[in-house]
Write a protein that binds this ligand. Structure first.
Ligand code: NAI
Ligand code: MG
Length: 330
C-alpha cells in the first residue's frame, strides 16, 4: 500500500487528475490517497494558495500527484520544490505514436538541477542596470550528478551527458563539470561525456538520437526541457517529476489551461505519464510499463483521443479507453 498525496489544483488540473486516478484503479497496486488543497480556487476561499497542511500531507506521503495551479503556480509549485527540497527536475523526451513528434525515435531524459544556479533569486539593481548571481555548489552539483547516474543505472540506460558552458562560465560551470566527473568515477559501467549547452541546443534539432540521460544546471535545464517538449509535440503530452531524497512530486508540464477548464476537453496524457513516472519512482516498473503501453496503444489507434490529438473524445472517454487497454494487459 502506497501513501500518495493528491493535489488536483485548478482548472484542467482537476479533470486530468480524475482521469488519471480512474486509469490507476486498474493497476495491480493499492494506493492510500490523501487529498490536499492548493491553487487559485483555494486561495480565493482561504486567502492562501499553499496551506502548511498541504506541505505536511505531501511530506508524510511517499509521492505526490499534482494536477496544476493557475496564477498561483509559482506560490504553489516553486514553494513546494523549496520546502521539500525537491532538487531534481526530471523530464523525459519520448516520441509517442499518433502525436506530432518532430522525430519518431526519441527516448532520452533531461535531469535538471532544481534548487540553485541562475534561479537562486539573487538579483539586484545597480547604477548601470541590474546584476543576477549564479550560484553553483559542489554539494548540489554532486547530488544531481549522482541522481543522474543512479537513474541511468536503474533504468538500463548507457550514457550520461553533462551540459554546461564551462568555456565561458569557467568557475561556476567548472565546479559543475568537475563534480560530474568526480561522481562519475563511482559508475564505471556508464559512459560519460560533456557538451556545451549551445551545441546541445543545436543537436536537439539535428541529431537528438545521440542523447540518453542529460544532466544540467537550473537555467540550461529549463530551456532545454522546453526545447525537448517541442520536439515531441504538445503540452498535453509532457510529464515531469520533482524528486528529493524523501519524496517525489509528479505533475504535467502544462498549467490549468483556463480556456479548456470545465469542458472535459483536456488531454489527460501528460498527467497519466506523470503517474507512470511516479510508478517508476516507486520501483513498480512492470505496472509503469503496462500503464504506459495502455496509453501508447490508445494514442497509436488515434480513435478515442482528445481534440489536441485530432480526435473528438472527452477527457474521461479517453481515460476509459486507456483503462480498458490496461485491464486487457493485466
Ligand atoms: P497552460 O499550459 O495552462 O495552457 C496553454 C495552452 O496549451 C492551453 O490554452 C491549451 O491550448 C494547451 N494545453 C495545455 N495543456 C493541455 C491539455 N492537457 N490538453 C489540451 N491542451 C492543453 O499554460 P498558460 O495558458 O500559459 O497558463 C494558464 C495558467 O496555468 C496560468 O494561470 C499559469 O500561471 C498556470 N500554469 C501552471 C503551471 C503549474 O501548475 N505547474 C505550469 C504552467 C502554467
Ligand atoms: Mg519552463
Amino acid at each position: 500500500m502506497y501513501k500518495i498525496s493528491v493535489i488536483p489544483g485548478d482548472g484542467i488540473g482537476k479533470e486530468v487528475m480524475e482521469a488519471t486516478l480512474h486509469v490507476m484503479e486498474a493497476l495491480n497496486l493499492e494506493f492510500d490517497y490523501v487529498y490536499a488543497d492548493a491553487g487559485d480556487e483555494y486561495e480565493e476561499i482561504s486567502g492562501i494558495a499553499l496551506p502548511p497542511e498541504t506541505i505536511d500531507i505531501v511530506r508524510n506521503s511517499q509521492a505526490c500527484l499534482f494536477g496544476a495551479a493557475g496564477e498561483s503556480a509559482a506560490d504553489v509549485i516553486v514553494k513546494m520544490r523549496q520546502e521539500l527540497d525537491l532538487y531534481v527536475n526530471l523530464r523525459p523526451v519520448k516520441s509517442y505514436p499518433g502525436t506530432k513528434s518532430v522525430f519518431d525515435d526519441l527516448d532520452f531524459v533531461i535531469v535538471r538541477e532544481n534548487t540553485e544556479g541562475m534561479y537562486i533569486g539573487l538579483e539586484e539593481y545597480t547604477e548601470e542596470g541590474a546584476v543576477a548571481k549564479r550560484v553553483i555548489t559542489r554539494r548540489a552539483s554532486e547530488r544531481i550528478s549522482r541522481f543522474a547516474f543512479d537513474y541511468a543505472k536503474k533504468t538500463g540506460r548507457k550514457k550520461v551527458t553533462a551540459v554546461h558552458k564551462a568555456n565561458v562560465l569557467k568557475k561556476t560551470d567548472g565546479v559543475f563539470k568537475d563534480s560530474f566527473y568526480k561522481v562519475g568515477e563511482e559508475y564505471p559501467d556508464l559512459e560519460k561525456e560533456d557538451f556545451y549547452v549551445d551545441a546541445t541546443a543545436m543537436y536537439f534539432l539535428t541529431k537528438p538520437q545521440i542523447f540518453d540521460v542529460l544532466v544540467t544546471t537550473n537555467l540550461f535545464g529549463d530551456i532545454l526541457s522546453d526545447e525537448g517538449a517541442g520536439l515531441v509535440g504538445g503540452l498535453g503530452l509532457i510529464p515531469s517529476a520533482n524528486i528529493g531524497d524523501k519524496q517525489g512530486l509528479f505533475e504535467p508540464v502544462h498549467g490549468s489551461a483556463p480556456r479548456h477548464a470545465g469542458k472535459g476537453t483536456a488531454n489527460p496524457a501528460a498527467m497519466m505519464l506523470s503517474a507512470v513516472l511516479m510508478l517508476d519512482y516507486l520501483e513498480e516498473h512492470d505496472e509503469a510499463r503496462k500503464m504506459e503501453k495502455a496509453l501508447i496503444d490508445v494514442l497509436a489507434e488515434g480513435k478515442v483521443v482528445t481534440g489536441d490529438l485530432g480526435g473528438t473524445a472527452s477527457t474521461m472517454e479517453m481515460a476509459a479507453e486507456v483503462r480498458k487497454k490496461l485491464e486487457s494487459l493485466s
